[in-house]
Design a protein around this ligand. Structure first.
Ligand code: SAH
Ligand code: SF4
Length: 372
């Protein structure tokens, strides 16, 4: 029954206003309602004290506010990473992660939520735990937005801060780097982003939202033409087609000769520097020749490379390179003129890598699938 009700967070502002007015309520009730959801982080209709009781009752009868229920929580030993396994209203599960990055000389404190966009993933990269679980379904806008709101409520209730801006917003960044390929669920992801970004929603700046894709070329071009201007990350992981075909089957459909110009187009239309993610796998893509090839491929593009180490893979064939290997690779890239940083995967002690906690809970899985 609940499953059939309208999910309030699936609705755009205009659709919500139309619904509310169709009940004979005044239009301004829409702003009051979204203020409770996005600014005051309400978790029930009941607590929305300035809404008339009859209106609250109508909302409860006709709609649902939240549909995700947390079924498992893991906190890393340094308490900087918190991963939740959520059950959806059809019983399927997804994961989301909250990561704290402390303030340092160059940066303010960051609180980043990493969210999922699909149950499983149709792209099937060989090194990825999610990709190896297969694809079940797309997430709806409400299910995408709720992951962020869940952690905002958690922070407001449990993590006090003296920083006024932080205490108002609770989180600073959202990254679409959880389970699934966001651009394979384009419409729902787009709608969720509009709500996250909008003044009638969460008001997160476009610079605070990063979408990561395995490289769906038509959708990258479509995104470039949108007024959203998000930060875009491309999961590259290889600098030639032969190797990339081996790691990511999507490369056979959209090879580098199409992908790199699409990235150039994204930069030209949005002014956003592209980030290329490059997970280092020992003996696979971490040689000096690989670094030279990568530098040559990206030459002239306004971009940065994020070298990823320390994430256990779904498959024995791809083991993460060591930090020493990563630092050597980094030097080679710098000498090829490519700006880059090393990212050490956070929360590997709680299976915070993409799809790893969930694979532990799927039937027939063993801990060997997830961590090593
Ligand atoms: N589907 C999107 C976003 C989700 S994956 C994408 O692929 O970009 C988020 C990031 O985690 C991607 O860069 C992905 O390549 C990377 N990733 C997945 N499994 C990994 C692993 N075992 N080791 C390192 N990075 C991994
Ligand atoms: Fe899907 Fe991204 Fe995993 Fe590839 S890396 S299988 S695109 S989630």
């Amino acid at each position: 029954m609940e499953q059939l009700k309208i999910k309030i967070l699936d609705l755009s502002y205009d659709a919500l206003k139309d619904l509310i007015m169709s009940w004979g309520q005044k239009a301004y009730r829409t702003d009051q309602l979204i203020n409770w959801i996005f600014k005051k982080s309400a978790s029930t209709y009941e607590e929305m004290s300035d809404l008339p009781e009859a209106f609250r009752q109508k909302l409860a009868d006709e709609t649902v506010l939240f549909t995700l229920s947390p079924v498992e929580e893991r906190v890393s030993s340094d308490e900087q990473t918190r991963k939740i396994l959520f059950k959806l209203d059809d019983g399927k599960t997804i994961e989301s992660t909250l990561m704290f990055y402390e303030q340092n000389e160059s940066r303010r404190e960051r609180r980043t939520v990493c969210i999922s966009t699909q149950v499983g993933c149709p792209v099937g990269c060989y090194f990825c735990a999610t990709g190896q679980q297969g694809f079940e379904r797309n997430l709806r806008p409400a299910e995408i937005i709720e992951q962020v709101l869940y952690f905002i409520r958690f922070i407001k209730n449990h993590v006090p801060t003296a920083d006024r801006e932080l205490s108002r917003k609770a989180i600073t960044n959202v990254v679409f780097m959880g389970m699934g390929e966001p651009l394979a669920n384009y419409e729902n992801v787009r709608q969720a982003i509009i709500i996250l970004n909008s003044r009638k929603g969460l008001e997160l700046g476009a610079r605070q939202i990063t979408l990561s894709t395995a490289g769906l070329v038509p959708q990258i071009k479509r995104l470039a033409a949108e007024p959203l201007h998000l930060e875009l990350a491309i999961s590259l992981h290889a600098a030639n087609d032969k190797l990339r075909d081996r790691l990511m089957p999507i490369n056979q459909k959209y090879p580098l000769v199409q992908l790199i110009p699409a990235c150039q187009e994204y930069f030209e239309k949005t002014g956003r520097r592209i980030t290329f993610e490059y997970a280092l796998f020992t003996g696979v893509n971490d040689s000096p020749e690989d670094a030279r090839e990568l530098a040559a491929l990206l030459k002239g593009l306004n971009c940065a490379v994020n070298i990823i180490v320390g994430n256990p893979t779904a498959c024995q064939e791809y083991r993460s390179s060591t930090l020493e290997q990563a630092m050597f690779f980094q030097k080679q890239l710098f000498s090829g003129g490519i700006f880059n940083t090393i990212r050490i995967s956070k929360g590997t002690d709680i299976e915070a890598g993409c799809g790893q906690l969930r694979s532990r809970f799927l039937p027939g899985s063993s801990s060997r699938d997830t961590a090593n």
